[in-house]
Write a protein that binds this ligand. Structure first.
Ligand SMILES: Nc1ncnc2c1ncn2[C@@H]1O[C@H](COP(=O)(O)OP(=O)(O)O)[C@@H](O)[C@H]1O
Ligand SMILES: [Mg+2]
Length: 244
């Protein structure tokens, strides 16, 4: 079930240096929000606070008025972070140890099916290309059917062609699972192709990370970077990013 997320007064410091906040934002259930901004502006810190991997100094992250449960959050990182000694299926099912085995097997098979690797379950991670490994990481993030999926620059290590394919996979998965998604990128085209909402962050060099602009590119999907309709949005975004 997708959830709406409310973030209120969120702040975080490291060693007394404020790096984030205050962040106040509401994210609609089932929406794809893309956070974009320069390196060091606090994107990862925000995502970790959203998912409960980091305890904020102040503020709250709630879903429908209640605290967000850790088990309802899925993560995908920049690198696949697969366990090399486990099969693809065991990696995908890793977070499902508490599930009844039949239900777990079904969820793993469905996730592998949806990323287009239905026969890869018995393979070992070393047999996968970089793009395939990252698809498996996506499947692992989605197998528990999380209410919220957080992705931290998940495709930035991939070549442009594989990256475009991964973006399609993500949209396909989003249609299938309807999960609320927050994705970090520093790539404008990735933001424009994927986002219902683009949050431009600024910060760093002593300025705590904050949301400097909030755009909602109401464009039909599928979107192609070459689509002329995207160029006005790209120009706005480029302007906002160059000011940061
Ligand atoms: N664990 C940490 N300890 C100390 N400083 C950190 C830690 N994580 C991040 N920072 C600092 O917080 C700021 C924001 O970092 P981060 O959220 O990783 O930014 P981004 O993901 O936008 O590149 C940076 O100045 C970074 O050096
Ligand atoms: Mg980061």
């Amino acid at each position: 079930m997708a959830i709406a997320l409310q973030v209120a007064g969120l702040r975080k410091s490291y060693a007394d240096m404020p790096v984030l906040g205050p962040i106040d934002v509401g994210l609609a259930a089932g929406s794809i929000s893309v956070v974009i901004g320069r390196s060091g502006c606090g994107k990862t810190t925000l995502l970790r606070c959203l998912g409960g991997l980091e305890t904020p100094d102040a503020g709250s992250v709630t879903a429908g008025g209640a605290a967000l449960r850790r088990e309802s959050v899925g993560y995908v990182f920049q690198e696949p972070r697969l366990m090399p000694w486990l099969s693809v299926a065991r990696n995908v099912g890793f977070g499902l140890a508490a599930w009844d085995p039949e239900r777990r097997d079904r969820a793993v098979a469905a996730a592998l099916d949806r990323i287009g690797l239905p026969d890869a379950g018995q393979a070992l991670p070393k047999q996968l290309s970089g793009g395939m490994a990252q698809r498996v990481a996506l499947a692992r993030g989605l197998a528990p059917e999380p209410d919220l999926l957080l992705l931290d620059e998940p495709f930035s290590a991939l070549d442009p062609f594989t990256r475009a394919q991964m973006q399609e996979h993500l949209l396909h998965l989003h249609r299938a699972y309807g999960t609320t998604i927050v994705l970090i990128t520093h790539d404008m085209d990735e933001a424009l192709v994927l986002a219902d909402r683009i949050l431009v962050m600024r910060g760093g060099h002593g300025v705590p990370g904050h949301i400097a602009a909030d755009l909602a590119p109401a464009l039909a999907r599928p979107r192609r970077p070459a689509d002329p309709l995207l160029s006005n949005w790209r120009a706005s975004l480029a302007g906002l990013l160059s000011e940061s």
